[in-house]
Design a protein around this ligand. Structure first.
Ligand code: NAD
Length: 480
């Protein structure tokens, strides 16, 4: 669909068709590199949310999808994954233009997104449940039945990848879905839903509604009593609102929220490895990663050497046009987000920190920024900045660093670097987080639990954890 001006148009996908909003309202999506609109998108509200939920409800209650069987669903979702790979350039460019992430990273996200469909379709097919022979002579077994209509609300930092992390298991288990992508990154969701129709998914099985959060499509979707599950990734404050909406309808909600993650480097670490992963951990995607290691604790003996190497590696990063394949580091995703991160950068020195390297760049760029000497109670140490800003602090003992790492309202993940395997296990066991990476970062096995403690979320997804969330497990007890 293309409108009369030269900007491409992206509609909602409701009940198997790409449509405008009832009132034909649209919004612009802005490319953070050019700071100009690059596409126009249908702006949905309550009417479009209601239509999409009605379509998903019909497709679940009357359509073939829940009864189709795992093999046929795997075939269709596999076809969708193939089509996404064939359109990897279009999908990757859409995310890159929407949010300024370097194209090479967006292409990698497309591959991960296609893999999400393949993995969850296969996982559902081979998933087994226990049969429990009872002393009484009965047998109890479990059926995992689709839950119904799933609403998925996604953030802007890994648009396609995080959308598929929700949509793929929901569909594989036989649910129907309404997805609302973030308003800053709407376009790849429409492309994916177009491809889902081309792959042969029946109408109403996978719907996309665009719009904002409060008093818009987002709140209309999460408040609707016809919905059976809500899966949300975004800020902890938004998670609270969505959690309340889910409780009003007494439905399960999965909340994957913010992080302020510790990255711990012990003196016995392989320094090259620790520096290289620490760079990825805080500066990949310009720090706009829930998992980013934004609090870096380095054992005192190696602190100065580590910081010297870390600063050199940060300064060597290539920033520029995200569509240039050589670019490693792009602008922040929107003006609003840039203003938020700027507020933190401009107060580093007044709050007692020293900028070892970095600061504000041109346009919506914030350079890779490394801060030393920041007091522990400063907002830069406590709050999620969600930008390329890391605070570095030396520590002396293992007990001290465990206490520092756990001194946070958040508990999403942690990284630790040591060559001592005993220490690795000992420290991993004490960290109050959902994931610990030892001598690496961002490596995922989709069978493993993913989620956070404290303000980082409620529930886990991945493998059997996604199965438990996206199904109604039913016990059947049989007298034999
Ligand atoms: P956000 O909470 O502002 O928005 C996320 C989504 O929620 C958007 O689609 C938005 O339109 C929608 N929304 C906002 N208010 C709503 C409401 N009242 N009702 C319904 N929907 C509403 O988050 P963001 O700025 O897009 O994303 C960044 C945040 O996401 C960061 O805090 C980051 O840590 C977190 N995040 C967490 C994970 C994880 O797996 N834990 C992954 C990625 C991002």
């Amino acid at each position: 669909m293309t409108e009369s001006t030269e900007l491409p148009f992206f509609g909602h996908i409701i009940d198997g068709k790409e449509v405008e909003s009832d009132n034909a309202e649209r919004f612009d999506t802005v490319n953070p590199w050019t700071r100009e609109p690059w596409a126009r998108v249908a702006l949905g509200g309550r009417p479009e949310a209601e239509l999409a939920i009605a379509a998903a409800r019909r497709a679940f209650d009357e359509g073939p999808w829940p009864k189709l069987g795992f093999t046929e669903r795997e075939r269709l979702l596999g076809r969708l994954a193939d089509l996404m790979e064939e359109h990897a350039d279009e999908l990757g460019q859409a995310d890159s233009r929407d949010m300024g992430k370097p194209l090479a990273q967006c292409r990698n996200d497309v591959a991960r997104a296609a893999w999400n469909f393949r993995f969850f379709a296969q996982h559902a097919k081979v998933s087994t449940a226990e049969t429990l022979p009872m002393d009484s002579g009965h047998h109890a077994y479990t059926r995992f039945e689709p839950a119904g209509v799933v609403v998925a609300i996604a953030p802007w930092n890994f648009p396609l990848m995080l959308e598929t992390w929700k949509v793929a298991p929901a569909l594989a288990w036989g649910n129907t879905v309404v997805l609302k992508p973030a308003e800053d990154t709407p376009t790849s969701a429409t492309i994916m839903a177009r491809l889902a129709l081309e792959a042969g998914l029946p109408p109403g099985v996978f719907n996309v509604v665009h719009g904002y959060g409060p008093n818009s499509a987002g709140s209309a979707l999460t408040e609707d009593p016809r919905v059976n599950r809500i899966t949300f990734t975004g800020e902890s404050g938004t998670g609270k609102i969505i959690g309340k909406a889910a409780m009003d309808n007494l439905i399960p909600v999965s909340l994957e929220l913010g992080g302020k993650n510790p990255n711990i480097v012990f003196a016995d670490a392989d320094l090259d490895n620790a520096v290289s992963w620490s760079i990825q951990s805080i500066f990949r995607n310009a720090g706009q990663v829930c998992l980013s290691g934004s609090r870096l604790y380095v054992q005192r003996e190696i602190h100065d050497e580590f910081v010297t190497r870390f600063v050199a590696a940060a300064e060597a990063m290539r920033f520029g046009d995200p569509l240039d394949p050589e670019t490693e580091f792009g602008p922040l995703a929107s003006q609003e987000h840039f203003e938020k991160v700027r507020g933190y950068v401009e107060t580093i020195e007044s709050e007692g920190g020293t900028i070892a390297t970095g600061g504000l760049g041109d346009g919506w760029f914030v350079k890779p920024t490394i801060v030393v000497g920041m007091p522990r109670d400063a907002k830069h140490v406590q709050e999620e900045i969600f930008g390329p800003v890391v605070v570095v602090e030396p520590f002396d003992t293992e007990d001290e660093v465990v206490a520092l790492a756990n001194n946070s309202e958040y508990g999403l993940d942690a990284q630790l670097f040591t060559e001592n395997v005993h220490r690795a296990h000992r420290v991993a066991a004490q960290l109050q987080v959902g994931t610990v990476w030892v001598n690496c970062y961002f490596v995922r096995d989709l069978r493993a639990p993913f989620g956070g403690t404290k303000r980082s979320g409620i529930g886990r997804e991945g493998g059997n954890f996604s199965r438990e969330f996206f199904t109604e497990p039913k016990a059947v007890i049989l007298q034999i």
